[in-house]
Design a protein around this ligand. Structure first.
Ligand code: ADP
Length: 491
């Protein structure tokens, strides 16, 4: 019932789109197949979307390829002003977009509003950066030659995005791509396609021409393979699991595409004896439990030095017990459901494995009495870094706590993983903050800060957490080719 009410409101706003977008037209799957999308908070069907595959993806690639010619030749100022209009529309429709996110993804409405603002910020930022794709003039080794460097858009981009930030992961990729003059084929997660489709509707309204932005969804491996196989697609940008990222990287080799990957994390959150306890507790709560722990930069392991251990555990446990779990549309809810049954089963199995190897439940530890796919905010202690829960990405509201003695030990534990996305450390010792920041093998480090992602800051990981950086002035590089032009006979 509640799902129907929200959908009715969104339909009247014109933002509730349920078809794919190819060449500026809203399209069904060619064979009419559909896939249902569920509200994770109550299991109700929201609506169906087309279950597309190879044929539709090929057509989307062709329309992006055709649109590239004109889009890439527009002045940067023209592209910039259309992106700016898109940003304005996203912000004007902040409330409706947030409702859509909560409906399909489950996160509390205030977090969803935060996602819209964060997501829109990439369109605003890259509307500005579009005008700063500067070339270069190099000193020539020959007196009659001149050397120039020109930066040009790479071409058609395949953008594959996950369900945890259904809007922001689209804009973080499409903003820089369009700013450079690239065109895109987006494949959102089939679990959360509506935010992407609403964003595409607003892109059309902002004057972004047909074919510049296309959206297909359905059979993920078939769509992925079509993007990989096409020589017209010159870049794949992906956010999602490490396993799928590796497949895409391997598949991109055949046509030597550029690849940007934002994959799983295993973020350590290190609290030293000399930390400010209150700051550390507040940050650990946000870093672990925001988004129900379903962000790749969410804390995965809390490392606490022995001198502050008892005080921290006491304050942290009290804070975690106070978190209200429920439907993201309800007032005061801090934690929504997980995304689906598979996600909650993974959390359960990691907790069970840790307990069977000697870890102890301090708070929570089981499904919430709301039923369905809600899980209790949980703390487990006596965790060892060898346990599965410390090696795999939990992607749920479980905080495993590891006790350590020395700074060297903390760094060793923190770096003992294949992942390298985000890490956090808490200390009031300025030398230690630099020493440890430099030693951590991570792309994003927070010092007395538990979760940070801004459009102006580079986002990406070391090791198997990925390749390339999104956001910031560095975020354009992955969508550009560098051309060196040598002019001869210059006198
Ligand atoms: P998660 O476990 O967070 O859902 P996935 O990596 O499975 O992460 O999903 C991220 C995105 O990748 C989604 O849009 C999903 O549909 C897509 N995806 C999954 N498998 C493939 C594949 N074989 N090829 C291309 N995309 C895929």
């Amino acid at each position: 019932m509640e799902t129907e009410n929200v959908v009715a409101r969104l339909k009247s706003s014109g933002l509730f789109r349920t078809k794919g977008l190819i060449g500026g037209k809203w399209i069904d799957a060619y064979d009419g197949k559909t896939i249902e999308v569920y509200n994770p908070a109550n299991g109700e069907v929201i609506a169906s979307v087309p279950f597309m595959g190879e044929k539709e993806t090929k057509d989307a690639i062709s329309s992006a390829y055709d649109a590239f010619r004109d889009w890439s030749r527009l002045t940067a100022f023209d592209r910039s002003s259309r992106l700016r209009k898109w940003y304005n529309l996203l912000m004007e429709h902040k409330e409706e977009l947030a409702q859509l996110i909560t409906l399909e993804q489950g996160k509390p409405l205030n977090e969803a509003i935060g996602e819209v603002v964060y997501g829109a910020s990439f369109i605003e930022f890259f509307a500005e950066e579009a005008k700063r794709v500067n070339g270069d003039i190099l000193p020539s080794p020959m007196p009659d030659r001149r050397l120039f460097v020109l930066k040009q858009p790479v071409g058609v981009v395949g953008a594959i995005t996950p369900w945890n930030f259904p809007l922001a992961m689209i804009t973080r990729k499409v903003g820089p791509a369009l700013a450079c003059g690239c065109t895109v084929v987006i494949k959102p997660s089939e679990l959360t396609p509506f935010s992407a489709l609403a964003a595409a509707e607003l892109a059309i309204q902002s004057g972004i021409p047909p074919g510049v932005l296309n959206v297909v969804m359905g059979d993920a491996p078939k769509i992925g393979n079509s993007l990989l196989e096409s020589p017209q697609v010159r870049k794949i940008t992906f956010t999602g699991s490490t396993a799928v990222g590796k497949k895409l990287m391997a598949g991109a080799a055949e046509t030597v595409k550029k690849v940007s990957l934002e994959l799983g994390g295993n973020a350590p959150f290190i609290i030293f004896d000399d930390a400010d306890l209150e700051v550390a507790v507040k940050a650990s709560l946000a870093s672990k439990f925001l988004y129900t722990g379903q962000a790749c930069i969410c804390t995965n392991r809390i490392l606490v030095q022995e001198g502050i251990y008892d005080k921290f555990m006491n304050a942290f446990s009290n804070a975690v017990k106070s978190l209200k779990v429920g439907n993201g549309f309800s007032e005061g809810v801090a934690q929504g459901p997980l995304i689906n049954e598979a996600a909650i089963q993974k959390v359960e199995s990691l907790v069970q494995d840790a307990i069977s190897k000697g870890a102890k439940v301090v708070v929570g530890g089981k499904r919430h009495n709301l039923g369905l796919i809600f899980y209790e905010p949980t703390i487990i202690s006596d965790v060892k870094n060898e346990m599965l829960i410390a090696r795999q990405e939990i992607f749920g509201p479980v905080a495993p706590v590891i006790r350590f003695k020395t700074e060297e030990e903390a760094i060793q534990i923190a770096n003992d993983t294949d992942a390298g996305l985000a890490a956090y450390l808490f200390t009031n010792n300025i030398q230690r903050s630099w020493r440890v920041s430099e030693a951590l093998e991570y792309g994003i480090v927070g010092v007395n800060e538990g979760l940070h992602a801004y459009e102006v800051a580079p986002f990406g990981g070391f090791k198997q957490s990925g390749l390339g950086r999104e956001g910031s002035k560095y975020g354009l590089d992955d969508f550009l080719e560098i051309k060196c032009i040598c002019m001869g006979n210059m006198g």
